[in-house]
Design a protein around this ligand. Structure first.
Ligand SMILES: [Zn+2]
Length: 457
């Protein structure tokens, strides 16, 4: 896609060479400015590439795209643009949660198929502008992706795997396509390719030979496979079966050999520390986190009440070993040059659509990443695993304008990504008030039997 930028020098009476001698920086002015032009001024810019912020910056959006971004002295505001003074707030790329299940429900088990607008609003309210759905009811998620992409439903950009692909005794039967014999593989992959799934998700019940066969067949259709192999996540043998990446970090410490094998095979990892923490119930030792706006403004009150009750019941501390072991891999993978992208596996109790990715950022920092590295993992790296980093994921000219503006300096204190003030989705400044759940008109869907505490079996 062409950049709609041209370099202009404003002071035409001064020879260009003299401008360079004087150290005057040429200004970037969008060549054609539409009525929808928006400018954010006096804003700190964390562009998603991992570098230090620009302190007094300007961002110009025209239509769906960013057309100029940088220090205020380098960026001219087009005439007629709607200009917003951000008073030193921080802009970052819209966040991406690369492991969600868009099923609704608030406990990780129940499904609320008609409640899609509730959780899509919660995602946008929190500044999550992209998600990867990593396993769902096939026809449902394909329709949700189509309707959202067409703009008929308001939501984040949705990538999806369609169903899970599992062995005969599928772990999540309602969400799975089953491979009982390798004869089924070509037909299955042909179907998924016809549905234009973005990746194929393999599940724990498949044999290594199945993983190899499906991955090889997928390649013929220019499709890649990712896997959740439960206790075998991070297994060196599976890394050699043609997969492109892992849907979770392993919950044990990766060996140096495993890291080298992942690097050799160009594999990526999706983090999902949030769900590992959900299984420990650590977050509920102090349930006051449920009061923060990204959760309380978007979650049905009955669900919050049930979570508080569950928190009380689960008060006995569970072992943290698997969470801490998963965390121990994060920095080592990043340092080895392996691509990692943030994901949450929401929804689970304490692992919310929207707020979840902000909490994942905190857990990434707890794992040893700098805040700027964590933000890169939840923005640019997410686009990279989808091979879409020329389209979105950073604040750069020519990229789709998915922007989150927050109060504070999240590059110094990662918790401050939660102070969301403004969200732009492909150039559209969203009315966040309209994204809140109104319990008077929408009590939310109450699943039969109430919530369950995962990890109790
Ligand atoms: Zn999942």
């Amino acid at each position: 896609m062409k950049k709609s930028l041209k370099l202009t020098v404003r002071m035409l009476s001064i020879p260009i060479s003299l401008l360079f001698v004087l150290g005057v920086v040429a200004m970037f002015v969008p060549s054609s400015v539409s009525a929808q032009s928006i400018a954010f001024t006096n804003v700190r810019i964390v562009d998603g590439n991992g570098g230090e912020p620009v302190e007094r910056g300007t961002i110009v959006i025209d239509g769906r795209k960013i057309v100029a971004v940088g220090p205020a002295s380098n960026v001219a505001i087009p005439q007629g643009a709607r200009s917003f003074d951000e008073h030193g707030r921080t802009a970052l790329p819209g966040l991406a949660d690369m492991h969600v299940h868009l099923t609704g429900g608030w406990d990780g088990v129940s499904a609320d198929m008609l409640g899609y607008q509730r959780y899509m609003n919660a995602l946008l309210y929190a500044g999550v502008t992209t998600v990867l759905d990593t396993g769902n009811v096939e026809s449902y998620i394909l329709q949700l992706r189509t309707e959202t992409a067409a703009g008929r439903l308001l939501g984040p950009r949705i990538y999806c795997v369609g169903p899970l692909v599992d062995g005969p005794d599928a772990f999540w039967p309602e969400l799975s396509r089953v491979v009982a014999s390798q004869d089924q593989v070509p037909g299955l992959v042909r179907d998924l390719a016809a549905e234009k799934v973005d990746l194929i998700k393999l599940y724990a019940g498949l044999s290594d030979l199945d993983v190899q066969a499906i991955s090889a067949e997928a390649k013929k259709h220019n499709l890649r496979t990712i896997i959740d192999a439960h206790g075998r996540n991070g297994s060196i043998e599976l890394m050699r079966e043609g997969i492109a990446g892992w849907a979770h970090l392993p919950t044990r410490k990766l060996s140096d050999e495993a890291i080298a094998t992942a690097k050799q095979n160009h594999l990526f990892f999706i983090t999902t520390l949030s769900v590992f923490e959900a299984f420990t119930w650590r977050r509920f030792q102090d349930p006051s986190f449920l009061d923060q706006p990204l959760i309380s403004d978007t979650t049905p009150p009955f669900a919050l009440a049930e979570l508080r009750k569950l928190a009380h019941e689960q008060a006995d501390k569970r072992p943290l070993a698997s969470l801490l072991d998963a965390e121990s891999n994060v920095k080592r993978l990043l340092q080895a040059g392996i691509l990692i992208a943030a994901g949450t596996d929401a929804p689970y109790p304490g692992d919310f659509q929207g707020e979840g990715i902000h909490h994942e950022l905190e857990l990434l920092v707890e794992s040893g990443l700098t805040p700027l590295e964590a933000i890169m993992v939840a923005t640019k790296n997410a686009a990279m695993i989808m091979k879409a980093d020329t389209e979105w994921g950073t604040l750069e000219p020519g990229k789709l304008a998915d922007i989150l503006i927050v109060d504070g300096k999240p590059d110094q204190n990662i918790r401050e990504t939660k102070n969301v003030v403004e969200v732009v989705r492909e150039g559209k400044l969203l009315d966040r008030n309209k994204l809140k759940l109104n319990p008077d008109t929408d009590p939310g869907y109450h699943p039969v039997g109430g919530m369950e505490a995962p990890g109790t079996e």
